[in-house]
Design a binder for this molecule. Structure first.
Ligand SMILES: [Fe+2]
Length: 319
């Protein structure tokens, strides 16, 4: 299935004003807003919708990670490359589950974990930024001029990269739905700890991570947004903290997927991650078997803020 990435995320939120303020601070472009909902868009045309948690048109709440009451992402809409892909997804999934089609032609159903997912023909626009001009030891990428990044101030995330869900039960079963039915490709395999997967039409190291939980957690965990470079990760994280929002973990450089990331708690549910410099890979990527009990497996190659190192999932995995 030629799924290319994430088209839209729809949240049900208890505090619409706080969730809207958070995503405005986060740098998304505000769109339609009324008493019950707020819309935002990203630089590539993907979008985000906030609706009140009691909106009867939302898919049911399916989360046990209640840091913000009932607020959580209710549905993730995946981008299909074309109508033929969307039709093929509908044919495949209708074999064993109910599918509804909305007025815009998007399909809606659930995965094997009960998470509500949708599919729409992609309206995402390709973006191609130039590599930053940087200087390093003995090599000049930028001569006789200051760094452009030093002049930036306000940061706007450009696109979604991935979403992460908790899996309380058998991760192998949960993963199989996405690989066998939707063509996702495992890029790094944590066996009992879960797996990182990219959509078949994406170069991102992962568009989906299903992560084992031993506390009974289930539900939406976080969504990652991409910005231009490392400066923008740092600038957005600092901006959010100055606006009063709380860091979850960061800034860090991940060992898996290499991204430079900063996570914030999101009043709409779960966390958001801003990242840059994530691994790009294709079918010739060498899949790693990663032991989630290895204390360095997920950890941080460095952290400028040791008070926010967070909890390593290795501590959560039972023998
Ligand atoms: Fe992430």
């Amino acid at each position: 299935m030629n799924i290319t990435g994430i088209q839209k995320i729809i949240y049900g939120v208890e505090d619409l004003d706080a969730a809207a303020r958070f995503h405005t601070n986060w740098g998304l472009a505000p769109g339609r807003r009324d008493e019950t909902s707020a819309e935002f868009s990203l630089g590539d045309g993907s979008s985000l919708a906030l609706r009140r948690a009691d909106d009867a048109s939302l898919p049911p709440n399916h989360v046990n990670w209640l840091h913000f009451g009932a607020s959580t992402a209710r549905e993730v809409i995946w981008a299909a490359a074309d109508q033929a892909t969307l039709n093929a997804i509908g044919t495949e999934l209708s074999k064993d589950r109910d599918i509804t089609e909305d007025a815009d032609g998007a399909l809606h159903t659930t995965d094997d974990q009960g998470y509500h997912i949708g599919f729409a023909v992609s309206s995402i626009q390709d973006q191609h930024l130039n590599l930053p001009e940087i200087n390093t030891v003995g090599t000049t990428g930028r001569w006789n001029k200051p760094a452009e990044a030093a002049l930036r101030r306000r940061i706007h995330p450009l696109r979604y990269v991935h979403v992460v869900y908790w899996v309380p039960g058998d991760t192998v079963d949960a993963i199989r739905f996405y690989t066998n039915r939707l063509g996702f490709v495992i890029t790094d395999d944590m066996t009992v700890g879960g797996a990182f997967m990219r959509a078949a039409g994406s170069r991102d190291h992962h568009n989906l991570f299903l992560q084992k939980s031993n506390e009974g957690f289930y539900g939406f965990q976080h969504v990652a947004y991409e910005v231009k470079d490392l400066d923008e990760v740092g600038m957005l994280g600092e901006y959010m903290e100055n606006a009063g929002w709380q860091t979850n973990v960061g800034p860090i450089r991940h060992n898996i997927c290499s991204s430079f990331s900063w996570y914030m708690w999101n009043p709409a549910g779960g966390c958001v991650e801003v990242l840059s410099d994530i691994d790009h890979c294709g079918d010739d990527w060498e899949v790693r078997k990663i032991n989630p009990r290895d204390p360095g497996f997920y950890g941080h190659s460095w952290s400028a803020r040791p008070e926010h190192r967070g909890v390593r999932p290795a501590q959560w995995i039972e023998d």
